[in-house]
Design a protein around this ligand. Structure first.
Ligand code: MF3
Ligand code: CO
Length: 257
């Protein structure tokens, strides 16, 4: 395993990628209302990336498990879909749905990657709690991204908060280092995986932390489209993601202002 540390100048470039991803997700979240198709979101995202001179990080990205390249700029996953939902003109958002939007860009050689879960109209109490706990677990993990802490401090913080609230953690998909590639070392599971190394965090490291949390059981399966991962029990899933740099002043969330 090799964790690539970034210089201050590199972090400034990653900051630009991060802020672009933030701006795109903000606009997409506004567009995500009843009747919008997930392909409309995709089209808008591609336009915004092109306007900014950025490349969609996911489009053309080879994923081993799928055995092929992904063809879109966004993953749009609804309700029991955990991640890698494929944008489609046939998927119209409905009141009461939750939509996960996950996207990344490459700008001047550096990547940014972030995800949000948005509610379409009113959603039930348990769904709101699922979204809140998932977001909280990310915020608590972000606070652990400090020089001298270890990777397991980040992973374990997500795990403890989710489990304490009676939800479950998806184990098949994990966060990651990020920089001049979308996925760099280390893997960042949302649980402590004792089979992995537990490196100390150092200035210049950047982690993409992305809790995927199910209301029911942890098990997932991939649909016949080879991409869409859903919960096995049909329960809902939430996902939030930020890129976070280790700096001398503590955690720096690159993917929000
Ligand atoms: N969801 C992944 C991440 O946030 C990236 C998806 S890769 C793709 O790291 F090819 F499926 F888009
Ligand atoms: Co990611």
């Amino acid at each position: 395993m090799m964790i690539i540390r970034k210089t201050a100048a590199e972090l400034e470039r990653m900051r630009r990628s991060g802020l672009l991803v933030h701006e795109i997700l903000r606009k997409l979240a506004e567009m995500a209302v009843e009747g919008t198709s997930t392909l409309e979101l995709e089209t808008a995202a591609c336009q915004m990336m092109a306007d900014a001179g950025a490349k969609p990080a996911f489009k053309g990205y080879f994923v081993q498990a799928a055995g092929e390249r992904y063809r879109y700029a966004l993953c749009t996953s609804i309700n029991d879909e955990i991640i890698h939902g494929i944008p489609s003109p046939k998927r119209l958002l409905k009141k009461g749905d939750i939509l996960k939007i996950d996207t990344g860009v490459e700008l001047n050689g550096y990547y940014g990657d972030s995800a949000v879960t948005v509610a379409i109209g009113e959603v039930g109490e348990e769904t709101r709690r699922l979204m809140r706990v998932t977001q909280e677990s990310l915020e608590m993990a972000i606070d652990k991204v400090r020089a001298g802490n270890r990777l397991f401090d980040v992973c374990g913080t997500v795990e403890r908060h989710v489990v304490a609230n009676g939800f479950s953690i998806v184990r098949e998909f994990v966060g990651h280092g990020i920089g001049t590639k979308l996925h760099e070392d280390p893997q960042v599971p949302n649980y402590v995986d004792r089979r992995n190394e537990n490196p100390r965090l150092k200035e210049g490291m950047v982690l993409a932390i992305e809790p995927m949390v199910n209301a029911g059981g942890p098990d997932s399966q991939v649909l016949g489209d080879k991409w869409t991962a859903v919960t096995k029990d049909g329960s809902r899933s939430a996902h939030f993601e930020h890129c976070v740099a280790v700096t001398e002043n503590g955690p720096w969330v690159l993917t929000r202002p």
